[in-house]
Design a protein around this ligand. Sequence first.
Ligand code: NOJ
Length: 980
Amino acid sequence: MQPWATLVGVITLLLAAPDVLAVKSHDFKTCSQAGFCRRGRALSARAAEAGTKWKSPYSVDSSSISISSNNAVFTASVKSSIYPEIHFGLELRVHEDGVVRVRMDEVNGLRKRYDEAASWALIAEPKISQDITWTTGKKDIRAKYGNNEVVVAFEPLTVSLLRGGKPQVVLNGRGLLHMEHFRSKKVEETKTEEAAPQAEEGVEDQVAADQIVLKTEEINPAAWFVGDKEDDWWEERFSTWTDSKPKGPESLSIDISFPSHGTIYGIPQHATKLALPTTAGDSPFFTDPYRLYNADVFEYLASSPMSLYGSIPILHAHSTDSTVGIFHAVGSETWIDVSHASEKSTETHWISESGILDLFLMPGPTPADIFAQYSALTGTPVLPPHWSLGYHQCRWNYVSTDDVRTVQRRFDEEDMPVDVFWLDIEYADEHKYFMWDDKNFPDPVEMTNDVAANARKMVVIVDPHLKRTSNYPAYQEASDRKLLVMPASGEGEFEGWCWSGSSSWIDFFNPNAWDWWKSLFKTTALKSGWSWTLSTTDIHIWNDMNEPSVFNGPEISMPRDNVHHGGWEHRDIHNINGMLFSNLTSKAVQERTDPPQRPFVLTRSFFAGSQRFGAMWTGDNLGTWEHMAVGISMVLSNGIAGMSFAGSDVGGFFGNPEPDMLVRWYQVGIFNPFFRAHAHIDTKRREPFLLEQPYKGIIKDILRLRYTMLPIWYTAFRETSVTGVPVLRPHYVMFPKDPKGFALDDQYFIGNSGLLVKPITSKGTIETTVYLPEDEVYYDYFSHHVYRGAAKGKDITVKAELDQVPVFVRGGSIVPTRERPRRSSPLMKLDPFTLRVSLSKAGSARGDLYLDDGVTYSHEKGQFVWREFTAQTAKKTVRITTRDLGVEKKAEAVDGVALASYNPSNVFAETIKEVRVEKIVVEGLSGKPSSVKTEGGEELVWEFAAGVAANGKGEGVASVLTIKDPRVLIVKDWAVIIQL
Ligand code: NOJ
């Protein structure tokens, strides 16, 4: 078959399924279309109407309080005055790092609520503090630790986290806590003594169904709280679908207030600003709450609280005084209303469809503390393979092995660097992933080897829907082993429609699926079953459609009453589902080799903890300026929620960007942690080599700029992999006390490098303003122009013509780059470094550089190089020197491994022992040096261009000293002395 024949096939498929292409907002529920959300919002409306008369019916039974022998865990019974016969259990525990975990569940209920969300998100059971003393009073119980205090008030039940006596987080302060208890379905009450209605299918309690009560309407004394009707308790319809809801109502509503914090961030993924706009209160920005329900939203809006592909239920609440955070380990659909009673406070209301209350209150008090606290719970982002920080070239689809070879050749002819070529779903025969379409991809291993010959990789898509056909081993083996998600009946295989037609989905909640899934990725033949022998270890994986996307399902996903391992309904675990798929795929790729190698897996769907397994992207964005801009705030938001390794489709997935837009999109892309161009199957080809000049040349320079900066990115990833502080740092993270930066989400810093970036995301722009948050110098990265900030912050205006992207170096930084253009990043391994020393006003600077083999886990055994560079000015001498952070900070060099020893001559360090610093550029010196020498050495070769001094007052081009070949090595200690 010709390549175009495949395309025709795909287009026919798409046309045959018009609803796939027609998905618009109305295919997804609003809050008022989701029974539990409607009930939750109605509860909050009744509370607002009642005003001060409103009282939460939930209270702690003080006689039930029990404190564990080590004093750290407090448990008590909770009662609701409107359902006195129902029992709830409350548990509070304080972790070693001050995080408070608050859990509440129904006790001895008719059924069990899903309580396993945390077990998928957390890396380990958190360690409990040994320093807690609970003090029980008449009205409350409290524990003080450090400057923090946690107080549980009995009636009504509230939980407050205080710092310095001031409330930071308050649960149920507005009285919106409501855990709908399990109950039996009552049969319709009738007003006359006519024949009783038949029990409907799905009625759980047949006994109750048989005991028909013939009575007139009762007054419901609880109506003030729960409303006066059973609103979609036992069945729910949306569009053409009916959700059988066999367990009945089980939603959870909780208000979480931040009385001292006026700005909040987080709960990705939404296409909106980083500082979350309101959804409730007076004149809300959005009228619906933020929704967390992983969904494949076709042509999503660039500004909306609608759900997108992933969900991370974490919030940061921020003020000039402190940052606090909350993480709710809940896997079911969740809606979150946001309002501000005052500029200095925030109220949120969380409404989840099912699950227990499992809240982690993170006391901060700095953003860095929150990152540490959240990382201790869910893990830090993975240190990715180094090559995956290069440029990824993707489209739907490169249509044959020769197409891939041609694209590679064209990049090389134009001297454009690229590390990875991607294959979308059309490589797979009938969309049976792993199975090559052997007409167009007759030689996949040879193709991969041709790519690998240039030290490049391939990424190939593997989606979770398995075509239901016996000639597809992945499906047949999963079916034989009973590893597939079940329909509502709890028997057999759920069948839905996706790219591969009639399909079924692996149930990754079933542990039996894990080893089997991993075995499929082995590149060698196995006795136990099928494996992907027509692949090589240079192929890495793209997991798409894992929300899961089901074309003929409700909201383009699985029916909520589908059944997973353990009998749990899909509704209970929906938001976790996508993470398990990419988790297992990443383990599969990692374990293909012995010893294991670092996997690269891109996922579209994600949950809290997904940062441990790979990268994500923002899905099917549109080729519009609005989408380009919102992509930046989405990536920032993902970063603060743990998923640093993120990016948006460069060029926009849909549409045919004009060349100027494409240029701007590449400028955005090189400053995303994950940098991939991708395009829909209906778009025109737009690989950078296809453009006319000057656009082609501009994009080539942009690609090369990314490659020169790879040492900065990799060093930033190391830090993130250890501390959790994101790779892209918004202003509030860098300058938490500067309120002018709280809403900024169009400029940000890269790691701790000192680079400040403001990509341009509007057409025809020739200049822009950039906010400088401090009284420090900032250098234009390209022109060395010095700008001066101010203690109260200052906007500067800078040029931003099409070939210019505003990038600045914060005074006080030393930035390592590699300036030699190469075809792909592994070929840069032995290239020399340039160190750019950007002096602060005080004449100092620092920076670090982390390197390892970028592929294996040998860094965990101490095989890496981690250097710090510093510059100090004393009298008339500037001394630039370096020290070995591997030696100094071995215990914190590598995530999860406290190295006891570090050998500076380790195996990796030896491989780069000849690598030189080829140039040192010092900007901002106060005058022309009289001499520049290495310590104890000869005069070096240098040039000086006079200009503005960092410690002066002027603006304009900085003085620049260029030291050529200082004859120093990257792995050795040395000092360069500049005599002024
Ligand atoms: C949807 C993904 O979001 C998109 O990136 C991909 O190209 C298509 N699926 C086809 O696989």
